[in-house]
Design a protein around this ligand. Structure first.
Ligand SMILES: *Cc1c(COP(=O)(O)O)cnc(C)c1O
Length: 454
């Protein structure tokens, strides 16, 4: 038996985004960094349009997707869901493995699902330019795509180590008409302060975020656009899980386990929240697994606290699992997973026992990536291999226990721009970074009081 594809019709693209905050027993609001009071829509509109600020704070369950956004989604949505029969055979497992593939978007990942939405609302609000951060370049190229579609300038601060590791992502941003500089840069006060302390700083998403927010705060026609973590970003990604629910139905099956890789938590949220919503409203139970890198173990080793989303402390305080906003993770090849915090909604789901988390080393992930590529044909992004590692481990457990469980994982993007990393892995040049306990402890100690220890 061969791999099977479950494809929906264009008119089955979801008409609304699903907001899990409506169904969670408790959500803690973002706080204004100056007053410590819950942030208001007005507090946020300095750097984002009103509709996105409202989506950030709302407890409404279903948010209508604008017709223009759905029309653009139709270029790659509904995205396919596959039953990985060839992978099942390669593993000799009785488990039924499914994956939802987001690599078919023009930028090659799930990120345009929110990039297009953010481009749309900013254009409507009369904004001319968007500033953002990017790790491996997936988000920068997704926002650059949105900039090209909506006629917006896009300025990207790219984490320096990735800027050099992933030259083709940079080239893709330029191809779409965006500008991209390595971060920390000398263009902002935040970047200059970091460089003064550490001229060889490899950069981090938290630093690049500070640079982008600073640029947005200093120009009324420039807004900030976030690629992960924020509530409205997680919200936009829920088209993934809503489609997957319909596709599992087509397959006449339902997942026992749903797995996503976790950087800032947006693709994980997008795939798993609609399933958790079913469960929270009395439907079927699922086991949800977040798979994160051992080198940046936010969910497994972080603390739950109100912390900043960026190094220079410009963002509202977000209640989340965090390694501390000053943490600079080791330079692993899954650049999109090098973030000190996590989406507050994912953090809450983990605290509520709706999710479990595990940390996996990068070589074991590349090994899983190769197994997947050789059986299913798609070369996964290094970030996505973290979900594949967890899915394969669960499938092997099923083999040992002789159980036939259904496992669904999110394949968040393709790895065509990451083949250099695959070559390094195959040449035995990749090491496991682990994480530096002392560095984490020092960074955790810098979480702001009195909000820090909750
Ligand atoms: C950015 C990225 C991630 C990590 O971001 P999340 O917000 O955690 O989803 C994962 N996979 C791919 C392919 C990415 O580009």
């Amino acid at each position: 038996m061969d791999t099977i594809k479950y494809q929906l019709r264009d008119d089955q693209i979801p008409t609304s985004w699903y907001n899990i905050a409506a169904d969670l027993p408790r959500v803690d609001p973002p706080l204004h960094p100056g007053t410590g009071q819950p942030a208001t829509v007005d507090d946020l509109t300095g750097i984002m349009p009103k509709q996105l600020a409202e989506q950030e704070l709302t407890l409404e369950r279903d948010i209508e997707i604008p017709a223009t956004v759905r029309q653009i989604y139709a270029q790659w949505r509904p995205s396919p869901l596959f039953r990985a029969r060839r992978l099942e055979q390669a593993l000799g497992t009785p488990a039924r493995i499914y994956y939802k593939y987001e690599g078919g978007s023009p930028a090659g990942s799930h990120k345009p699902n929110t990039g297009i939405a953010q481009g749309f609302y900013n254009k409507e609000a009369g904004i001319r330019r968007l500033a953002t951060e990017t790790g491996a370049g997936q988000w920068g190229s997704s926002l650059a795509l949105a900039g090209a579609f909506f006629g917006l300038e896009v300025k990207v601060f790219m984490v320096k180590v990735s800027y050099h590791q992933k030259p083709y992502r940079r080239a893709l941003m330029h191809t779409y008409g965006a500008t991209c500089v390595p971060s920390p840069s000398t263009e902002t006060a935040a970047g200059r302060a970091i460089l003064a302390e550490d001229p060889d700083c490899p950069g981090a998403l938290g630093i690049a975020t500070s640079e982008a927010i600073e640029v947005a705060m200093n120009d009324p026609f420039t807004n900030y656009a976030g690629g992960s973590v924020l509530n409205h970003v997680a919200l936009h990604q829920t088209v993934i899980g809503q489609e997957a629910l319909l596709q599992m139905d087509m397959a006449d099956d339902y997942p026992d386990i749903v797995i996503g890789c976790a950087g800032g938590g947006s693709n994980l949220a997008g795939l798993t929240f609609p399933f958790l919503g079913e469960q929270l409203r009395g439907g079927k139970q699922v086991r949800v697994i977040a798979s994160e890198p051992e080198a940046c173990p936010t969910l497994t080793k972080g603390q739950v606290a109100y912390d900043f989303g960026d190094t220079a402390q410009l963002t509202p305080l977000l209640k989340m699992h965090t390694l501390g906003h000053s943490f600079v993770p080791p330079s692993i090849h899954a650049g999109g997973l090098r973030y000190h915090g996590i989406a507050p909604l994912v953090s809450q789901a983990l605290q509520d026992g709706l999710m479990e988390a595990r940390a996996v080393p990068q070589t074991a992930c590349f090994e899983a990536g190769l197994t997947f590529a050789r059986s299913e044909g798609i070369v996964p992004a290094p970030e996505s291999t973290h979900a594949i590692r967890a899915a394969i481990d669960e499938a092997l457990r099923c083999r040992e226990e002789g159980r036939s469980e259904a496992i669904l994982f999110g394949l968040s993007g393709h790895g065509h721009f990451d083949l250099g990393s695959y070559e390094k892995y195959m040449a035995d040049e990749l090491a496991d970074e682990g994480y530096d306990e002392e560095l984490v402890a020092r960074s955790l100690a810098r979480i702001p009081a009195p909000f820090g220890q909750v």
